[in-house]
Design a protein around this ligand. Structure first.
Ligand SMILES: C[S@@+](CC[C@H](N)C(=O)[O-])C[C@H]1O[C@@H](n2cnc3c(N)ncnc32)[C@H](O)[C@@H]1O
Length: 270
């Protein structure tokens, strides 16, 4: 959506998982010229806040209601100003984005979304793993454990396909025992590789590797309750164990297989 004439624009910016240099060039450019920067408190790195131009208002959103957030943003955009609404990771994941867009639409305020690096990709990088390993996992499920108040659309881990899947759980460090119980009840082997990425790309980043059955104890031992992602699935095991039962030839992609032909390369016979 482009800002017409006299109205300003609200930009929903994904600031990335933490490290400021993982915010996109486009996101930084908007932040440096914004009149109001409204950010998701503890999840946005202080280094990103320092990009605000002199005189800009910089406001954490954690203590505000949706109505207050929208009122702050609309007030600036109505007078032709630029708002940087800064979310962590990518705004499209667990960012309460849609409700803000709907309110702005109702008020006729232009908006635009600037994508960001989600913590799921920063976690994969920190763990040094590919979430979709040929012959091991070709599906990635991003979810969270359902809370009692969530209703029928909430994540139900028992419904997640077990074969060839990497599951990534957001916002679930305080419900690890429940998550593990659901996955085990759905038939996931207790030995399934699991990992937790805590505050990835922040100065105090930590990652741990474990198995599904030991996941709860491992998280409680660390005392982590927030800012962590849980990843479960065979693709997480970097060793030969990940390929157990898989011939090495199956564990590589067809794309770079010398014998495989595609639009840009003719396959060679062995
Ligand atoms: C409100 S959600 C926002 C997710 C964000 N939109 C994204 O794409 O990463 C916050 C949750 O994302 C995960 N998260 C965000 N930043 C993280 C980081 N740096 N390290 C680990 N997990 C993170 C945690 O599960 C946290 O509870």
């Amino acid at each position: 959506m482009t800002a017409p004439g006299s109205l300003g624009c609200v930009y929903f910016i994904g600031a990335g998982p933490g490290a400021p240099d993982l915010c996109t060039v486009r996101g930084k450019e908007v932040i440096t010229r914004a009149d109001l920067m409204l950010y998701a408190d503890s999840l946005v790195h202080p280094g990103v806040l320092r990009w605000a131009k002199p005189g800009a208002r910089v406001l954490g959103s954690a203590g505000l209601t949706l109505e207050e957030i929208v009122a702050e943003m609309s007030a600036v955009a109505r007078t032709g100003g630029t708002v940087a609404r800064v979310h962590s990771g990518d705004p499209s994941l667990y960012g309460a984005l849609r409700e803000q867009l709907l309110c702005l639409e109702e008020e006729g305020i232009p908006w635009e979304i600037v994508p960001g690096v989600s913590s799921v990709f920063a976690a994969a990088a920190a763990l040094g793993c590919e979430l979709t390993v040929p012959g091991v996992a070709q599906t990635v499920v991003l979810t969270r454990l359902a809370r009692r108040t969530d209703g029928p659309s909430a994540g139900d881990l028992r419904a997640v396909p077990r074969e060839g899947t990497t599951v990534v759980l957001f916002l679930s460090l305080t419900t690890v025992a429940e998550a593990v119980a659901e996955l085990l009840a759905a038939g996931w082997p207790p030995s399934t590789p699991a990992a937790v990425a805590h505050r990835v790309t922040w100065e105090d980043e930590r990652c741990l590797r474990t198995t599904l059955s030991d996941l709860d104890v491992a998280v409680r031992r660390e005392g982590w309750t927030r800012h962590g992602l849980i990843l479960v699935g065979p693709a997480l095991d970097p060793g030969p164990g990940a390929l157990a039962g898989t011939e090495p030839a199956q564990a590589r992609s067809s794309l770079y297989d010398p014998a495989f032909s595609h639009l840009f390369r003719k396959g060679r016979r062995a």
